[in-house]
Write a protein that binds this ligand. Sequence first.
Ligand code: MSP
Length: 653
Amino acid sequence: MRAFYITTPIYYVNDVPHLGHAYTTVAADALARYHRARGHATWFLTGTDEHGQNIEDVARARGKTPKQHADEVVVRFMDTWKRLDVSNDDFIRTTDERHIKVVHETWKRMEAAGDIYLGSYEGLYCKRCEAFYTEGQLEEGRRCPVHQAEATVVKEPSYFFRMSKYQDRLLEYYEKNPQVVLPEMRRNEIVSFIRSGLRDLSISRTSFKWGIPVPGDEKHVIYVWVDALTNYISALGGEGSEKYKTFWPSAVHLIGKDILRFHAVYWPAMLMSCGLPLPKHVLAHGWWTVRGQKISKSLPATRVDPNRLAEDIGPDSLRYFLLREVPLGLDGDFSYEALIGRHNSDLANDLGNLLHRTLAMTEKYVGGVVPRVTPALDETEPHKTIAGLAIRARDEAERHFEALAPSRALEAIWEFIRGANRYVDAAAPWTLAKDPARRSELDHVVHTFLEAGLWAAWLAAPVIPRKAREILGQLGLADAPIRWPTAWNQELSPGSRIQRGAPLFPRIDEAKQAELLSRWIPPEAQAAPPSVGAAALSQPESVAGSGTITYEEFARLDLRTAVVKHAEHIPKADKLLKLQLDMGGETRQVVAGIAEAYKPEDLLGRQVIFLANLKPAVIRGIESQGMILAAGDKQVLALSALDRDVPAGTKVR
Ligand code: MSP
């Protein structure tokens, strides 16, 4: 049987769960649920990272021992995952005996391979990252680029891991296995990091106690990352256990891009040293900001509490939003308004409405009982179209879940759900119901609605498990398993009775929205700036007041000419257009805030100036891969243009 092993990072217990942690965990959960529905042997691991100087400091500040502190915080993580319907099979804590044992074994194996030696270390250490930095990697005031925490000089005896020895083997491995580190952009980053030279890694500390002692030299505790990374194997029971044999070869580490280096360089080097195989994939997802700001302890407005959202709007709406809004891999910006928008449009309108209509018509026209199908009708319109959409959605969803792309899977599933709503209109049961001679056609149509509801529930269940169960209940299948659909119009049993219940996703109207926003957004943050707006994406930021830049800084902008090949409005976004640009063979998609100044048809064939190396962003669920230049400050007045045509893709300097 095929196996699937998925892990999240183990979270530090110096913080309580926030939106970022929820994102990784929910994404891993959806992938695990998909594989279970397919009948694969699945193992889903999450947990907590409880050692290290930072945790020791935080506990001391609270007047607790580190273990007491960890015991308290770990409950917050476990509770949050329960509330979000996270279906982890195991929860590992680095203070578990089973973990400590495997960390010791790992150390000894690396030692036996001749890869550990005693030396002394002096360097700049960031406690928040639990990592050393070079002066050049730190920002002003010796602050770390991830947390802006000040790094301190650390000098002490230390054991080292011979990471340099693995530089060539790692490069060769990634060359031969280009699919291990995903997405591709991250693999390139890692390959150039390795190419720039790997230094031996300091892997023990003597200046604090809260950690796993080095075997045979108890003055030292093991570096927290060596300890933490080993969780992926210790939780399986270590090499040699049955669980390890079944699951390790299929391991997928889902992580945030902040900790890619640890997972794609340190961990593989450690595994090579131990003579163990590398994970199948390391997928680094992007970073969520909240209304344009980095999630940070010091900014209350960014402390989005997933528990609160799950309670107020339902875990499924939050899960759906997180996985649908941004493709795994890209950065995204969270706003409460966008969350409510998705709830209303995709869940209340599309899916909720489909079920509501379906069940109402089943009661009205066929007495609330699943009617028979006439298979031959599936070969005629409009039944043929919906059958085709169902099969396509299933196959596409399968392909995208397999490729670790839940947002794409959801897109495909929602194509089908919208198609099913159109089918209800095209099949017009209200007309068929007037003519007793057309009873079998009516039966077929009602059956098809119900089947569509069942397929929607099964396909979307990895992401919205609670509502999928509710749908099954309302279809009269409360005890049916969640599985993957196989044969169209053959999954329901005629004769069973439906159980119509409460609306699945009650619409959030304006009054309710205002109430929720005032509850969710802390008062001091109510006037916070909105998330990245359309204008910011279509216009260069004013440099006035920001001083001068050097030519080298300017030269980093990859400005090119591009030709507009396609332009269209974005539904419910008055200011935005979606453009496809030809950059001389390469097509780029851009979301531009120019809809108030230009009609889509006026743009076709126009040459524009395009900033090609702007970091991609997701706006209204659409990836924008650059920015076109325009004049105007708040409002776009005119697009950039050249006074004669040049080939698309020409450099602008
Ligand atoms: N303990 C280490 C991981 C050890 S794994 C062997 C750690 N913990 S953490 O608590 O800081 O969690 C980091 C992870 O939380 C990120 O990699 C990501 O999965 C998630 N996120 C935290 N903030 C995030 C965002 N703002 N956006 C998206 N995910 C983020 O690092």
